[in-house]
Design a protein around this ligand. Sequence first.
Ligand SMILES: CC(C)(COP(=O)(O)OP(=O)(O)OC[C@H]1O[C@@H](n2cnc3c(N)ncnc32)[C@H](O)[C@@H]1OP(=O)(O)O)[C@@H](O)C(=O)NCCC(=O)NCCS
Length: 221
Amino acid sequence: MPRCANEVDTGLGLGWTPPDPFVIRFETPRLVVRAYELTDAAALLEAVSSSREHLLPWMAWARAGHTDIVESTHYIASQIVALRARKTFNNVGIGIFDKADGRLLGGTGVHGVHRDTASAEVGYWIRADAVNRGVCTESTAHVLSWALGGQESGGLGLRRILIYCSAANAASSRVPEKLGLRAEVMQRQDYFVQGIGCTDRLGWGVMAEEWDCTHHRLREP
Ligand SMILES: CC(C)(COP(=O)(O)OP(=O)(O)OC[C@H]1O[C@@H](n2cnc3c(N)ncnc32)[C@H](O)[C@@H]1OP(=O)(O)O)[C@@H](O)C(=O)NCCC(=O)NCCS
């Protein structure tokens, strides 16, 4: 997330540390959201390969990433390693699976974890043939509950989550809007999108005390 150049995450401040053990698996009404396993590599490759045009230009990694099984396996291995490297952990990609048939529908994750403020960014993508069925909104609501939930109950114990996107990405903007998150960021021409150019950066935020992790929605005011 954008920070001042002088601002270094010293690990002081709130001094957040990952849960131990670091297990990621939760269910929503229609989905299973869980850490990738090496056996997911072929499904991940297929999901990205079949959705490349849809993912571009928003997911820059889709331009040249996941072009063969070795690359997808390597990506998953790096996510498994990230969960074990507790001292350096600041980023993990997670799979979104259809509860009914186990199909890989997309990815989500926490990125840019800052230990001093116990904050992170949440990102997402959904395969082309599964969009506009509320999958991203459903998974993101539960990702927020997991990320902001207490570590004693299987959460990450973060204090604050941000979702960023380009103002040109209307579908992505709808997700935090539908979840009722607070519009916090509007940075003019600060988000470069290949093929479009410099676009406005939008960001939505939510604090742990504002999110109802039991009902996966904003708390009533
Ligand atoms: C953004 C994305 C994850 C949304 O996934 P999804 O499962 O379709 O999301 P949902 O169904 O929960 O909600 C999508 C909303 O966007 C709306 N939408 C979809 N395409 C749209 C468009 N071109 N313009 C405006 N709104 C659009 C849908 O109508 C829906 O809103 P509604 O419920 O008010 O009708 C998916 O489109 C995607 O993977 N995009 C490419 C990758 C990406 O942009 N990732 C985010 C980067 S910041």
